[in-house]
Design a protein around this ligand. Structure first.
Ligand code: MG
Length: 384
């Protein structure tokens, strides 16, 4: 399933001094082109759709340089969003990000977080806590303080599962934003940290303000990220355990929804942890029957692919298996090799150790096995 981006640029921009602010230059580039370029250069966005103002507009032919599709908008924002959504194929595009053209400061980090958030929620958006004191006028003409802790400033892009937003918006014509449609049908919403660079151009003075903000580089991704993972599975009936993708003979098996490979589960969590992208259960919910009996190579490959997509290479991994039995040492080199092979790493970058717990605790009582893993991701590489 792919991800589409819709940029809504159909507003008339009266508040910014009579101009269509989304098409005005900002530091030499049209406002709309800033976020269109962010979407187009993002590896997970498969199509960018721009919703342009109504009517014959030959003066906007240049928009084709910035979008895969141009769609004519409606006379309200909601109708414009619906026009954009009607060009998105639900069967092919699982997620859609809907963005205001007047918010040029869109980073890949925001897009990444929104796409990831949709794995566990119907809708997601960047939001910023309110830091000013807020006052509301009462019907009697006096003032009262509003609890700002209960309030958020919500930005765009707002991200949705395609079928959810299409269903929620149908029949609507004039909502404040698209999240309101999900609220109305009781869908789940999550917020990611907002970004002051996503400030919306509303007034003429917003242009010099944003030019100054966008001239500063956004905080770069760290060159190195590390993560840790830990996993436990209990013993049950069987005559082998799966460790690092290998069937190790034993007088018991490991119980789990998938193949219960504790070592690769811990390593998968370590990679996801390094990327701050949640855990294995977020990406492969145990409640989802398609993962029943799944080989854990699927999970580990997915995490490694996410690392690559985020610009990182695996620098080295270190796993520790914790059990009284089976004996790990006779299989250790083969397990290192299978892990190095799957991750396409040199063997010197994959460490595997084993320990007992001196017959203490659940591993000591031979009730199950545990594993922990650490990983370092680097922007350099790849390491073979
Ligand atoms: Mg597990």
């Amino acid at each position: 399933m792919t991800v589409a981006a819709i940029i809504v640029a159909a507003g008339s921009g009266r508040r910014a001094g009579g101009v269509e602010k989304q098409f005005e230059p900002l530091a030499g580039t049209p406002v709309i082109a800033w976020s269109a370029n962010s979407f187009k250069s993002h590896p997970q966005i498969s199509e960018v759709i721009i919703v342009r103002p109504q009517g014959q507009r030959d003066d906007l032919d240049w928009l084709h340089d910035h979008a895969d599709k141009i769609v004519e908008g409606g006379d309200t924002r909601t109708k414009s969003v619906l026009a954009g959504l009607s060009s998105v194929e639900t069967s092919r595009v699982g997620k859609v990000l809907i963005h205001d053209a007047a918010r040029p400061g869109l980073s890949h980090a925001i897009i990444d977080k929104l796409i990831a958030a949709l794995d566990t929620t119907d809708a997601a958006a960047p939001a910023i806590a309110v830091s000013d004191a807020l006052k509301r006028e009462t019907p009697e003409g006096s003032w009262e303080t509003v609890d700002r802790n209960a309030l958020k400033r919500v930005q765009t892009p707002q991200a949705f599962r395609t079928e959810k937003i299409k269903a929620a918006l149908s029949g609507q014509s004039n909502l404040v934003d698209d999240l309101a449609a999900i609220e109305a049908v009781g869908g789940s919403i999550s917020f990611i940290p907002g970004d002051e660079r996503l400030h919306k151009i509303t007034f003429a003075e917003d242009f010099p303000f944003l030019e100054a903000v966008l001239a500063k580089p956004s905080s770069p991704e760290p060159a190195i990220r590390m993560g840790t993972g830990y996993d436990v599975h209990k013993f049950g009936d069987g005559d082998f355990v799966t460790l690092c993708g290998m069937e190790i003979p034993h007088d018991k098996g490991l119980v789990g929804h998938s193949d219960a490979d504790v070592a690769w589960h811990a390593l998968t969590d370590a990679i996801l942890g390094a990327l701050a992208l949640g855990d294995i259960g977020d990406h492969f919910p145990p409640s989802d029957p398609q993962w029943k009996g799944a080989p854990s190579s699927v999970f580990l490959k997915h995490a490694a692919k996410l690392a690559t997509e985020h610009g990182y290479q695996i620098s080295n991994v270190d796993m520790t298996i914790i059990c009284e039995a089976p004996k790990i040492k006779p299989h250790r080199e083969a397990m290192r090799a299978s892990t190095a092979d799957l991750l396409q790493l040199g063997l010197s970058r994959v460490s595997l150790k084993a320990t007992t717990t001196e017959q203490l605790g659940f591993t000591g009582r031979k009730e199950g096995m545990a594993a922990q893993a650490s990983v370092v991701l680097s922007q350099e590489g790849p390491y073979r």
